[in-house]
Design a protein around this ligand. Structure first.
Ligand code: 2XP
Ligand code: FE2
Length: 309
């Protein structure tokens, strides 16, 4: 029995953690083969601020929901304790060929899976030891905690938004968020959560010869940019219920990657924050809108007590 077992578990923080492989490429970590001259600094400095804040937190596990582990039926959870292999981005293999070696908290994965089932969701534990972990998971985890010394829980994105409607997808992701929060509480563990996704998601169709040549990087479409700012300003004002109210329209109008459910899952797990999220950085990557945003439930208590964040 660990000394956590008798305690109530807790979500200590959550983040919107976008996963363009460009951000890892630009950083030149030893795990990634291609070399770069940098680029996308404002976003990467945003991640730096997130890492600095999280280095002061005490937590056991990182729980991540990824748009690039797409499961045809229901929500799946990694159910093998150790994975080591090479992840190659299918669209950007020249930027991302990353050697990973990670541990999974299978116990917590199973608890979340069981709670999700209790919410009426279709679920499955993934037990194939040769499974290749998706790059959305690896990138968001690397950028938030490059030490890789904490186990992760990895949750797939299902097809509910695509097969039924955005509204059905949203309802299921809120249920998955509630299930995640309950399971963490019962586990006695302290967790941070990552919603691995971009906001607006219209890509450039041509890549510059030097991908990190920042004279080419810019917002693709002002309408998409204005949607991103609408969402981020609501988050900064602590109005996440309003974000959820307009999420189906945002998904359609901005081709948002939130259509895979990661951000709604996170908001559901955090109890739909009514306190400000901290936007650490915003920037475009091949024209898509990306923000690093942090929520810490302790900020809510500080606000209620009249304290300072
Ligand atoms: O296309 C995607 O979903 C990616 N993750 C690739 C790159 C940039 C996205 O924002
Ligand atoms: Fe993506």
């Amino acid at each position: 029995m660990s000394d956590r077992d008798h305690k109530k578990g807790e979500i200590v923080a959550g983040a919107l953690a976008p996963h363009p492989p460009h951000l890892v490429y630009a950083q030149n970590p030893p795990q990634n083969e291609p070399r770069s001259e940098g680029g996308w600094e404002v976003l990467r400095w945003g991640y730096e601020r997130l890492r600095r804040n999280w280095s002061k937190l005490d937590y056991d596990v990182i729980v991540v929901h990824s748009p690039h582990w797409k499961t045809r039926c229901g929500t799946h959870f990694l159910g093998v304790e150790h994975f080591a292999s090479k992840s190659v981005d299918p669209i950007f293999p020249h930027l991302f060929r990353y050697t990973y070696d990670l541990k999974v908290d299978v116990e917590l994965s199973e608890l979340i899976c069981a709670e999700a089932e209790a919410e009426g969701l279709e679920t499955q534990m993934m037990r194939n030891p040769d499974f290749r972990v998706d790059y959305g998971t690896i990138t968001a985890c690397h950028l938030s905690h490059p030490e890789w010394n904490k186990p992760i829980v990895c949750i797939s994105s299902n097809q509910a938004y695509f097969d039924f409607s955005n509204e059905v997808g949203e309802a299921r992701m809120l249920a998955l968020g509630r299930a995640t929060a309950r399971a963490i509480e019962n586990s006695g563990k302290r967790a941070v959560l990552l919603a691995s996704c971009s906001l607006s998601h219209r890509h450039f169709t041509k890549e510059p010869e030097t991908p990190e040549d920042m004279k080419h990087e810019h917002v693709y479409h002002n309408g998409q940019y204005l949607w991103d700012m609408k969402i981020l300003n609501l988050i900064k004002e602590g109005k996440c219920q309003e974000v959820l109210d307009i999420m189906p329209d945002f998904i359609e109008q901005a081709m948002a990657e939130t259509k895979d459910g990661s951000l709604t899952w996170l908001m559901g797990a955090l109890g739909v924050p009514d306190y400000p999220g901290e936007v650490h950085g915003y920037g475009s990557v091949i024209g898509t809108g990306n923000a690093v945003v942090e929520w810490n439930p302790a900020w809510k208590s500080a606000l209620n007590n009249g304290g300072v964040q």
